[in-house]
Design a protein around this ligand. Sequence first.
Ligand code: NAD
Length: 370
Amino acid sequence: MASNKTLLMLPGDGIGPEVCNQVRRVVDWMAKRRAVNFDIKDGLVGGACYDVHKQAVTDETMQDAMDADAVLFGAVGGPQYDNVERHARPEAGLLRLRKEMDLFANLRPAVTFDALLDASTLKPEVIQGLDIMIVRELTAGVYFGEPRGMQVYEGVERCVDTQAYTKAEVERVAEVAFDLARKRNSKVHSVEKANVMETGVFWRKTVTALHESGGYSDIELQHMYADNCAMQLVRNPKQFDVIVTDNLFGDLLSDAAAMCTGSLGMLPSASLGAVDEFGRRKALYEPVHGSAPDIAGQDLANPSAMMLSFAMTLRYSFDLQEDADLIENAVQMAMKSGKRTGDIMADGCEQVGTTGFGDAIIRALDEQAA
Ligand code: NAD
């Protein structure tokens, strides 16, 4: 029997706790049917933490996150916190986790589900079988560069943001992309604006040098300008395998790629840190969607994005590929069985709630294990 792995579960606000509860059912299933055991510790984050501690995450929870093998994060935020001071706002909890855990690589898969081909605005033949991984640099670039803010330059008031990258910051995220590509279809597109930005030229040079001298000659590397990449994502997204790009372009391109696939309720993500001396890497897994206050507490939320985030946890933090496949297949099978939450409802399907869809996922797991 495998030794226990530690998971910190931070359900957060709104639909966060509801979708996390469905993951707990699958964790129990894994223990019973696959002898894969997790020790789960719970913590408060976002508004739920503010209500008790007047801050978005406590030092104790930060320490738990540092100690855990992986963090599973639900969602944070809600209109009741709109007037809370900025440093204690719900999203400050997530930003602190990302910063202090140094989660520099954000993985956003865009995968289409056959049962949802009609949910996309793109033609079925363009997106059927789509499976892209976008690797976005998450802790540097224009969102963090200094100087930033208002200044007076030659007597004129202006505002600046600064795009800055070190060689190490580019290399470490490119390494993640090359390593991922090796387990997929061995193709990386590195995306920047080398035609107009100095940091783009530097990004391209650094990725090229790493590709040549870092032992990645088995990976096909192509460079692409970010504007062209945006166009290609809606024209012919299946040309991509792994895309690696900076913080700003990654923010935009990952949302564009995600929408090729249809619904917000289906999209997982992972944020990874560096590998430490024990071979362990800090990691946080979360759905792309927010806390959806409009449907919270009504058993209406689609738990798939959270469930698929748990599958990513198994894949990237614990190397449990077979178990991750089981969960991903179970989500597909649940949809094919005709059960749907409201956000992905279609003609001829039966609308179920969060728990009902969780039931369908458990049934599909049982079927695969039978
Ligand atoms: P949202 O993602 O919460 O919701 C957008 C729309 O999609 C809503 O209509 C919602 O009902 C629907 N939706 C989202 N997830 C769904 C699911 N799993 N199943 C069914 N429908 C789903 O985005 P928003 O409305 O812009 O933001 C609401 C709150 O969430 C805000 O406070 C925002 O700051 C916060 N937020 C948090 C995160 C995060 O925690 N990482 C991300 C985005 C937004």
